[in-house]
Ligand binder design. Structure first.
Ligand code: RTP
Ligand code: MG
Length: 136
């Protein structure tokens, strides 16, 4: 059974030249890229995407960071795609992420952890609608 997930290469990843690294890992894993776009988010879209964190103390910083430069939005498809990409990404805290994962190899700070991946098929459906409203 195939599933979809929404992935972001966040502005820190784009700024640091990690687009190719992240896409290479996705392709080597065998996940299929079915949509991809480089864009800069407006605050409204960023707040919708991170709505679950709206009451958290870091919400303002999170919105500022994610709107602070171009990012790459992708939709991936494959068996257990949500879980498969989360495994590639590593943990939210890059210091606790194992080397060999995207965050474990490339980041040190929670606030600048290179990628986003949907945390459930339900979140993926919601997020894909925000980023690619007419595509799926
Ligand atoms: P993401 O949504 O970006 O894929 O990351 P995640 O599921 O691993 O983590 P989540 O709990 O959804 O948090 C979203 C993003 O908020 C930032 N964050 N900062 N300062 C903090 O304590 C804190 N906690 C989370 C991170 O950039 C995280 O990716
Ligand atoms: Mg999350």
């Amino acid at each position: 059974m195939s599933e979809r997930t929404l992935v972001l290469i966040k502005p820190d990843g784009v700024r640091r030249g990690l687009i190719g690294d992240v896409i290479g890992r996705i392709e080597r894993k065998g996940l299929k890229i079915v949509a991809m776009d480089l864009r800069t988010l407006d605050a409204e879209t960023a707040k919708a995407h991170y709505a679950e964190h709206s009451e958290r103390p870091f919400f303002g910083e999170l919105v500022e960071f994610i709107t602070g430069g171009p990012l790459v939005a992708l939709v991936l498809e494959g068996p257990r795609a949500v879980e498969a990409f989360r495994a590639l990404a590593g943990l939210t805290d890059p210091v606790k992420s194992a080397p060999g994962t995207i965050r474990g190899d490339h980041a040190l700070e929670i606030g600048e952890n290179v990628v986003h991946g949907s945390d459930s098929p339900e979140s993926a459906a919601r997020e894909i609608k925000i980023f690619f409203p007419d595509r799926f």
